[in-house]
Write a new protein. Structure first.
Lengths: 221, 151
């Protein structure tokens, strides 16, 4: 009976729903390892920035340890402390590297689009060695009439803010307009430019910026 | 501004290698602050941007010797940023990321993806001062041609 419950949990339509409190980890290794993997990846991700900064600072102290002098005269032990701090930082670094290798991270959606595009290109390159494979890069250009020229000044502003990584909320605040209005502008920009997602929108904005006019919108899925 | 050809630049560099101008793009401010502080101590001039879009614009407006680029950022991500920079510049790009992406197809992690898109070299976060300096100096020691995805 318990087993049945556990099995039906695994087959629940919403696989991303949080596990209930009475879920028995020991019973289902796959589910357990998935949870562990996501927790591990999230931890490694959160620790990465501050650890990078800390390592740089400590490593710099370590490089200059021979210049360190203790005003109270115990220079030797002060230098040993710096050395130890550096060694511990190194240890945490290799720990983080191992965590990154072990756990698979759920990646941000827009990066996933870029990665998937590369994967498709790689696949079509390796799948046929004659070079005539239907690579996504060989699609005929379909962006002839898609141009930022037709945007209103307000829409251009919205496009710029989105390109710079603003969320709808932040963008609305910057332009002193409501969240809804910002969303509408953004939707209109996407419609006019034919962008299907934010990543594509940013790419289009950049091609317009650099004046190259060539769009690299991801291929049709 | 003045974008000198590679030959002229390598001649101008020969007295002291430590004058490279580094464009740093990372959305984590503690990372950029640390990189700026450490690179300043080693004689590098840095300019910091928290978004790839702003970084690419800066690259179009003034001359840099090397770009330090994070991969996972809100807005434009590092992989697409490399692609944009490579359209009209062969400036050395050092990609950095703590993430390791693996797919079931064994396609590879995000740093090798960065290399395929034309990054000159990649460093894994967290890194030490020595690794960072070495990556920058190696990128300056010879002029790297744009590494397309042809390999």
């Amino acid at each position: 009976m318990e087993k049945l419950t556990a099995l039906s949990l695994l087959q629940a339509p919403d696989a991303d729903a949080p596990l209930p409190d009475d879920f028995e980890f020991g019973r289902i290794p796959a589910a357990r390892s998935r949870v562990a993997s996501e927790v591990g990846a999230a931890m490694a991700h959160e620790l990465n920035g501050p650890m990078t900064a800390l390592t740089l600072y400590v490593a710099d102290l370590y490089l200059r340890k021979s210049w360190i002098v203790d005003a109270n005269g115990d220079t030797e032990s002060l230098r040993r402390i710096v050395e130890s701090a550096f060694r511990e930082a190194e240890r945490i670094c290799s720990l983080l590297h191992r965590m990154g290798d072990t756990f698979e991270a759920p990646i941000p959606q827009e990066t996933a689009v870029a990665v998937a595009r590369d994967a498709i290109a790689w696949w079509s390159r390796t799948a046929s060695s004659d070079g005539r494979s239907p690579s996504p890069d060989n699609r005929p250009a379909d962006d002839g009439n898609r141009s930022a020229k037709t945007l209103t000044p307000r829409e251009r502003e919205v496009l710029r803010l989105v390109s710079e990584g603003c969320s709808n909320k932040q963008g609305a605040k910057q332009l002193s307009i409501s969240y809804r209005t910002f969303e509408c502008h953004r939707a209109e920009v996407m419609r006019k430019l034919g962008a299907r997602n934010t990543a594509e929108l940013v790419r289009l904005a950049l091609s317009d910026q650099s004046g190259s006019g060539t769009s690299t919108a991801p291929g049709g899925n | 501004m003045d974008i000198s050809p590679p030959q002229a630049r390598s001649e101008a560099r020969e007295p002291a290698q430590r004058l490279a101008r580094v464009l740093v793009v990372d959305d984590d401010e503690s990372v950029t602050a640390a990189i700026r502080t450490i690179l300043a101590r080693h004689g590098f001039e840095t300019e910091i941007y928290l978004r790839a879009y702003a970084g690419i614009r800066a690259l179009q407006q003034s001359a840099f010797d090397v770009v330090l680029l994070d991969i996972f950022m809100p807005g434009l991500n590092g992989l697409d940023a490399i692609e944009h920079i490579r359209r009209n510049s062969s400036i050395p790009i050092i990609a950095m990321s703590g993430f390791c992406l693996r797919s079931s197809a064994g396609y590879g992690d995000c740093l090798s993806l960065a290399a395929q898109r034309g990054a000159t070299c990649c460093i894994r976060k967290p890194f030490q001062t020595a690794q960072l300096i070495e990556a920058i100096e190696r990128s300056q020691s010879s002029f790297y041609p744009a590494q397309g995805s042809a390999s």
